[in-house]
Design a protein around this ligand. Structure first.
Ligand SMILES: Cc1ncc(COP(=O)(O)O)c(C=O)c1O
Length: 360
């Protein structure tokens, strides 16, 4: 019986969903949404705050500030409230309302940046805003999740060993790439593991993390509008890029089976099931990391008008649209996403695939 007195002391580490009955491929989805912050970002937030405390950077007078599309902001709000720090989160219009309200309920201040950049992203504007705050008052302490090594170390110390303990014969690991903290922590750990594990990064189309043209991205969590400073591609075997429409279809498909997951989980599962369909995967032990759950996306990924406005009717099943529901009828596995083997340069998958080209 876990009994805790601070909210960051609990995290479910051992929960996996076997997706075989839904997608027809054996894939174990590690569920990272069962903690008081509701996402995998609890780990990075805890590690970064504790490192800043150890280094003497954080003092009782400090005001934590961070640029976050939401989940890190919620985790830092929770930790700041528990430890008695002030916290200011800089976010943008892609973040969802409930996430913002959660941060405010936990006592944080939230500043929303409106201006979108020419490359379709908000990140540069958010970071410029944080820098200006820090220059204006030396009580501000910016943890900088995009560059802070404690971000990936959290997953090297926790997420990867949690997986390794449960799957000592792991063959392939699918990890979504945002800041790439989760990806790099897991990839570094498994590089030192006693047997080879194929590390497959999953990114969204429109993200420039691994090269490729920038484009509109409306689902927060994965993808970046700049190259992630933490990323070292020499640890990554392959990259799969997934269209947001396919992310949405996958989220809906999971929801129809009673699993309400967040957008980045839909992206990772989309990419992973496509990869498994394109490989002889019967004998492979495959794990995917699912960063959060679906409640935070009720007014976006699970909301008909939002979906129709942004993606058109194709993302919805016509019968169900008429009935006012987002859900589409049981479908065949969607095929998309082309992957590039970063170590050999070989492409895998079919002609509909989006792919990363390192030279662009
Ligand atoms: C829902 C969700 N998924 C995935 C990620 C990406 O994780 P990472 O930043 O470790 O790459 C994030 C990061 O904020 C997230 O909030």
């Amino acid at each position: 019986m876990p009994v805790i007195s601070v909210p960051y002391a609990f995290n479910e580490e051992e929960l996996y969903v076997d997706l075989r009955s839904i997608f027809g491929h054996s894939l174990f989805l590690k569920c990272e949404g069962f903690n008081f912050a509701g996402s995998i970002k609890l780990k990075a937030a805890t590690e970064m705050v504790e490192a800043a405390e150890r280094d003497g950077v954080l003092t009782p007078e400090s005001i934590l500030v961070e640029s976050s599309s939401g989940n890190l902001g919620v985790a830092l709000s929770m930790i700041a409230a528990s430890k008695g720090y002030r916290f200011l989160c800089v976010t943008d219009s892609r973040g969802n309302l409930s996430t913002r309200m959660m941060m405010e309920a936990l006592g944080s201040e939230v500043h929303m940046i409106a201006g979108q950049e020419a490359n379709g992203g908000f990140l540069g504007a958010r970071i410029a805003y944080v820098r200006a705050l820090c220059a204006s008052d030396d009580r501000y302490v910016w943890l900088s999740q995009y560059t802070n090594p404690s971000n990936w170390k959290a997953h090297y110390r926790k997420t990867a060993p949690e997986i390794a303990r449960q799957f000592p014969r792991l063959d392939v690991l699918f990890v979504g790439a945002g800041t790439t903290g989760t990806l790099m922590g897991c990839a570094r750990y498994f590089r030192e593991w006693h047997r080879p594990v194929r590390i497959v990064a999953v990114d969204s189309v429109g993200s420039v993390s691994f090269g490729g043209p920038p484009g509109r991205r409306m689902i927060p969590g994965l993808g970046m509008s700049m190259r992630p400073p933490l990323l070292d591609e020499s640890y990554v075997d392959e990259v799969i890029r997934v269209e947001e429409a396919d992310t949405i279809r996958t989220c809906h498909r999971l929801a129809r089976r009673g699993f309400l997951f967040g957008g980045s989980t839909g992206t990772v599962v989309s990419g992973a099931t496509d990869w498994l369909a394109g490989h002889d995967a019967r004998e492979l032990t495959a794990v995917a990391v699912g960063p959060d759950l679906g409640e935070r996306y009720l007014d976006t990924i699970y909301q008909t008008n939002w979906l129709k406005d942004l993606y058109g009717d194709e993302v919805l099943d016509s019968d169900d649209v008429a009935a006012g529901s987002w859900a589409s009828s049981p479908a065949q596995p969607t095929r998309w996403g082309r992957s590039l083997d970063l170590q050999t340069g070989d492409h895998h998958g079919n002609q509909h695939h989006q792919f990363h080209d390192r030279k662009t």
